[in-house]
Write a protein that binds this ligand. Structure first.
Ligand code: SF4
Length: 192
């Protein structure tokens, strides 16, 4: 097996770890993994991004899948819908106090993995982070990962020689500063 194939297989294993950890939390809270992911997404994103279409794109699933999950979360009083004043069929979502409580119990689901990474040298971690970021960006540009708010695809990102810079925050970005899901991200690709 060549090195590319081995790395691809290793990434697959790591993604399994994520699924297992998420499933574990989901079972305890009597929610499905996608329901937990939706709650965590709503907790950490601006309200205008919390729509069915945006969340479906974010998780690469269909809108009906998200609608079903939203219905359950609404019935469990974990989210509140906020209808658009111009179109009553469209709405954004917010967390209810119960939803906030669930998020507080689930947001650390990846802690076992983070704990293991804390044994890795800082230099090695930075290299892994840079490599993964580049891979994520390439996958996004190929249309495999549909939504990414990573610095490399942002109109405020600039490469000056070997240095990287954010023209919005007006600061140099070290590799460790690159954001994967920046709230200020504005795509540098014209939307079709
Ligand atoms: S605005 Fe955010 S995504 Fe864009 S370059 Fe600055 S830090 Fe990165």
């Amino acid at each position: 097996m060549d090195l590319n194939s081995k790395v691809a297989a290793a990434l697959g294993r790591i993604s399994e770890v994520f699924k297992v950890l998420l499933w574990d939390h989901a079972k305890r809270l009597k929610l499905s993994p996608i329901q937990i992911q939706i709650l965590n997404f709503i907790a950490s994103h601006k309200e205008e991004l919390c729509t069915i279409s945006a969340i479906a794109k974010e998780f690469n699933v269909t809108k009906p899948t998200i609608s079903d999950a939203i219905r359950v979360l609404e019935n469990k009083e974990m989210i509140v819908k906020n209808s658009s004043p111009v179109d009553s069929r469209s709405y954004t979502m917010l967390l209810s106090p119960t939803g906030n409580q669930i998020v507080a119990e689930t947001e650390n689901f990846a802690d076992p993995l983070k704990k293991m990474l804390s044994n890795t040298e800082d230099e090695d971690l930075e290299l892994v982070f840079e490599t993964l970021n580049k891979l994520i960006f390439q996958l996004n540009r190929k249309g495999v990962l549909t939504v990414q708010r990573i610095c490399y695809g942002c109109k405020f990102y600039e490469k000056k020689g070997t240095n990287q810079y954010c023209n919005l925050l007006e600061k140099e970005l070290l590799n460790r500063d690159i954001r994967l899901d920046c709230p200020e991200h504005v795509t540098n690709v014209p939307l079709i």
